[in-house]
Design a protein around this ligand. Structure first.
Ligand SMILES: NC(=O)c1ccc[n+]([C@@H]2O[C@H](COP(=O)([O-])OP(=O)(O)OC[C@H]3O[C@@H](n4cnc5c(N)ncnc54)[C@H](OP(=O)(O)O)[C@@H]3O)[C@@H](O)[C@H]2O)c1
Length: 492
């Protein structure tokens, strides 16, 4: 399989240390380390690399390797080859036990890193896979321990942070400013893993590497855009995190808004990080603050065999945290003025899926009125998950002697069209961090623009204690969300 993106021969020669802070956690074991292994199997890491896990848990190197081994899968090489690769990969993984705010712990980390390059000049990635309240303490401690390279001739240092980046514009700005004292913006990689998903990466290709979409990609031809994210599961034990943030901060402000920016943005000057992010920021800056009249918040109640949100362990009995939200945004520029962007995110729903639906305007002057009184509109459906794919609904003549029309679908299903292994989003994103390509990461000004859209609304929800509308576990969300969509002529 040809590599899509690879390291240059020079990059392959530069030693790299990857430090996973919070390595004992779920994300590290389920996503980060398996993604690193997948990259290793494809020869997309430098020849000399070393992975150091750092966390408070008392874990030996052997135990750490056992934990990692459970999450590794063989997708890129034969079973025999993969077993050898596993052994070699695990040999390069070590663990340092320490406290996140303790200088002595970072001295131990320093010592561990010196095994890679005694002069300490190898490249370094610090992946902060820890709860966000620890980000600043850890960044400052890394700097204090002199672990962060800021200038040549040392190698480079990069930091990867996971959402949530703050909980509103002010807290996000503070985090950005304080982190900026340790890591420059170009060293900072804010992950939104949705941007690493294959179909989302394809959005720019679909729009800008094809001729047929651009002429109709505007208010004249597009009636509405909807972006939905739903999952069938409820809290799954994440009350501590989720109840503090809620669905708007957890999913809408980042994943869904990033997708909206990719759908709405203008063509960048070139396929390069700076240009792409310039266009995304411009699109987001054209979106006015979300109005309360265009927002529905919900909270799941008990459903068949399932408890409601308020009965979940760890949730305060009177919590008003939304587990569902539907909103209508507008992009007020020449291309999109008047086109509603409907976005919806919900837990404990009837399906688990993420998709974008572009609905086109009605066909004017129906010459087939005798055969089909009302022509359906064209719909471009981009399925992110499950069953990644792109489909276009068209009107079509039914084969036969009569002129009878129906709706047919031109369907590009990734599973049947492509033989290649579809990489996990983390593989793609971590490779970009190693290569220093920030195209699929969120820049500071993008984050500001995204928070500006939601912050006043989030404050109003909190200040006025808006009670979310109930919806049954396993259903389609609150009735009010369907009514909101209907106001814009859309069915979710
Ligand atoms: N899991 C996901 O799918 C996912 C998805 C998107 C974003 N994220 C973000 O990614 C980061 C890591 O996620 P995660 O699910 O791996 O988190 P996690 O398991 O809750 O935490 C990771 C590690 O941090 C340490 N830790 C947890 N709570 C702590 C506390 N109160 N005080 C000090 N240390 C604590 C624990 O290690 P020790 O006790 O060993 O120190 C834990 O193993 C978080 O910022 C999360 O918001 C996760």
């Amino acid at each position: 399989m040809p590599p899509t993106e690879s390291l240059s021969p020079l990059e392959r020669k530069q030693p790299l240390s990857i430090v996973v802070i919070g390595a004992s956690g779920d994300l590290s074991m389920r996503k980060i380390l398996p993604a690193l292994f997948a990259l290793y199997c494809q020869h997309r890491l430098p020849e000399q690399f070393h992975i150091v896990g750092f966390a408070r848990s008392d874990i030996s190197n052997e135990h750490f390797r056992d934990m990692i081994a459970k999450g590794l899968t063989c997708r890129y090489s034969s079973a025999d080859e993969c077993e050898k690769q596993k052994a070699e990969f695990l040999r390069r993984c070590t663990y340092v036990q320490g406290e996140y705010d303790d200088a002595e712990s970072y001295r131990k980390l320093h010592q561990e890193l010196s095994h890679m390059d005694p002069a300490g000049k190898e490249n370094r990635i610090f992946y902060l896979s820890i709860p966000p309240f620890l980000f600043l303490d850890v960044a400052r401690a890394l700097a204090k321990a002199d672990l962060v390279h800021r200038e040549q001739p040392s190698g480079w240092s990069r930091v990867v942070v996971e959402k949530p980046f703050g909980s509103d514009r002010a807290s996000s700005d503070e985090l950005t400013n304080e982190m900026g004292k340790v890591f420059d913006e170009v060293q900072t990689f804010r992950i939104d893993h949705y941007l690493g998903k294959e179909v989302i990466q394809n959005l720019m290709v679909l729009r800008f590497a094809n001729l047929i979409f651009d002429p109709v990609w505007n208010r004249r031809y597009i009636h509405s855009v909807s972006i939905s994210w739903t999952e069938q599961i409820g809290l799954e034990g994440r009350a501590g995190y989720f109840d503090k943030y809620g669905i708007i901060r957890d999913v809408m402000q980042n994943h869904l808004l990033q997708i909206l920016a990719l759908v709405a943005m203008e063509q960048p000057v070139a396929y390069e990080a700076g240009y792409i992010r310039d266009e995304k920021v411009k699109a987001l800056r054209c979106v006015p603050t979300l109005e309360m009249k265009n927002l529905v918040v919900g909270q799941y109640t008990a459903g068949p065999g399932q408890v409601g949100y308020l009965e979940e362990p760890g949730v305060p009995r009177h919590s008003i945290t939304p587990t569902f939200s539907a909103a209508v945004l507008h992009v007020q520029n020449r291309r999109w003025d008047g086109v509603p962007f409907l976005i919806r995110a919900g837990k404990a729903m009837n399906t688990s899926m993420t998709e974008i639906v572009i609905r086109f305007q009605n066909v004017p002057g129906n010459i087939f009125a005798k055969n089909m009184g009302h022509l359906s509109t064209n719909q471009l459906r981009i399925r992110v998950q499950p069953d990644a794919g792109i489909s276009l609904r068209i009107a079509n003549k039914e084969p036969g002697l009569r002129m009878s029309l129906n709706d047919s679908v031109l369907d590009l299903s990734y599973a049947s069209a492509f033989q290649e292994v579809i990489p996990d989003a983390y593989e793609s994103l971590i490779l970009d961090v190693v290569r220093g390509d920030g195209s699929l990461f969120i820049r500071g000004d993008e984050l500001e623009a995204a928070w500006d859209i939601f912050t006043p609304t989030l404050h109003e929800l909190d200040d006025t204690h808006v009670k979310p509308r109930g919806y049954a576990f396993g259903g389609t969300g609150p009735e009010a969300a369907h009514q909101l969509a209907a106001r814009y002529g859309v069915t979710w």
